[in-house]
Design a protein around this ligand. Sequence first.
Ligand code: SAM
Length: 327
Amino acid sequence: MSFVAYEELIKEGDTAILSLGHGAMVAVRVQRGAQTQTRHGVLRHSVDLIGRPFGSKVTCGRGGWVYVLHPTPELWTLNLPHRTQILYSTDIALITMMLELRPGSVVCESAERVAPSGERPGLPRGAVAGWKPSPSSSMIRSSPATNECTGSGSVSHAIIRTIAPTGHLHTVEFHQQRAEKAREEFQEHRVGRWVTVRTQDVCRSGFGVSHVADAVFLDIPSPWEAVGHAWDALKVEGGRFCSFSPCIEQVQRTCQALAARGFSELSTLEVLPQVYNVRTVSLPLPDLGSGTDGPASPDTSPFRSGTPMKEAVGHTGYLTFATKTPS
Ligand SMILES: C[S@@+](CC[C@H](N)C(=O)[O-])C[C@H]1O[C@@H](n2cnc3c(N)ncnc32)[C@H](O)[C@@H]1O
């Protein structure tokens, strides 16, 4: 199993996503001899997971069943054990597109984030209306041997999947412990060869590379302080820049720094998706006054309709994009 390539059979050491029913999922690390307690009963990794194809429907101890899914960056984003300040797929999709990422791209990112164990989850950023954080993490208890996957790297996994097999991600995280956990997690997910994690302050020391990047992505509190380093990391022939900030004051300072450094095509976007429920509804037919004396038409007619969900997603953050053009 790798986050960038599909493999058919589940092996020891793989990360698997257990789908427990509507909206309930959990990530587990597959280990011989380990067990995972689910609301449907116990799942024995040696018997129920190892050697079976991803996608299998597996019966648990109490007779209920789960689907065992191959991990993807999107599923990982939804199943991080400690959900904290991470980006979700809606914003990540726009970032990937607007940065023009593709296989072979070289990307600099700050920062990969791995939540320290015990950290309380924060407000999800970029979570789509209609999607609720999986309640499964509180319902599932893995035996110590299963070693629940910790950390996040929500954006990093999506970037790596997009730029593989010939691209590279340089990610900077100034917190020593988090950077170490990020390295471990990338190895566990078998994407380590596409990413270099550096432990340094991006605002002081930059990304540790010069003139190699096609794109730079920042998700830090003071992105304006890293704009000069982003310019230096981007290729001489140019590239794309993106910064995520929750507050408009951060955006203003970043835009000023971008313009001062010579970036062009500045634009700031916010994604506010509207989710629709598709259901059958009955509405009274309008009386168009046909003027005939024939039988009256029925006053309702059921049809399929999309109705917006009552709760729409709120503000997550602003995505500021810019271009470095060759001088
Ligand atoms: C909001 S999180 C990034 C989340 C990540 N984009 C994701 O979706 O998983 C911000 C991270 O940036 C790190 N950080 C903040 N300022 C930094 C700096 N100047 N240099 C390096 N890392 C920094 C913090 O330690 C934190 O882990």
